[in-house]
Ligand binder design. Structure first.
Ligand code: HEC
Length: 130
């Protein structure tokens, strides 16, 4: 499932890079890597980060990594109105992960997605991670 998810993200980039490279020398320049990263998931850096970090840590589950994931999410809290529950939800997730409480951790993911994902995507979806 993880492999599948990664392939879904990486394959289009790899294909685009391969096509872009036709007729040119093969080159893995930072520019190209940056481009591939920015176009993944429609140019949504947080979605890319979540899929690469939060999802696999929850799926395993890898609790120490999950704690770090939630703490990192807490640092990314937007300061604008409507996102005041972001930090508390992320810290609740970190607490649950450190006591290996998978259901509460999973609920923290869902709580945030249900209440703030759409608004985040609309306003901040394309910005680089803080
Ligand atoms: C406090 C908020 C918050 C928490 C907690 C959170 N996420 Fe997210 N997550 C987001 C937001 C916002 C997006 C959408 C980003 C975008 O599309 O620009 C997102 C996107 C994702 C995505 C990309 C696909 C999608 O649904 O858009 C995955 C996968 C994901 N999260 C998994 C997780 C998992 C697993 C956890 C818990 C371990 C988690 N997230 C916890 C806010 C959160």
């Amino acid at each position: 499932m993880l492999t599948h998810r990664l392939l879904r993200i990486l394959l289009p980039c790899a294909l685009a890079a391969a096509l872009a490279g036709l007729g040119n020398e093969v080159n893995a320049s930072p520019d190209r890597a940056h481009h591939a990263d920015a176009t993944a998931r429609g140019g949504r850096p947080l979605a890319v980060w979540m899929a690469g970090n939060a999802a696999p840590a929850l799926a395993r589950p890898d609790y120490p990594t999950l704690v770090r994931v939630f703490n990192r999410i807490a640092q990314m809290a937007p300061t604008s109105q409507g996102f005041d529950r972001w930090g508390p939800i992320a810290r609740e997730g970190a607490g649950a992960a450190s006591s290996k409480d998978l259901e509460t951790a999973r609920r923290a993911c869902k709580d945030c997605h249900d209440t703030m994902r759409a608004a985040y995507r609309k306003t901040f979806g394309d910005i680089a991670l803080p």
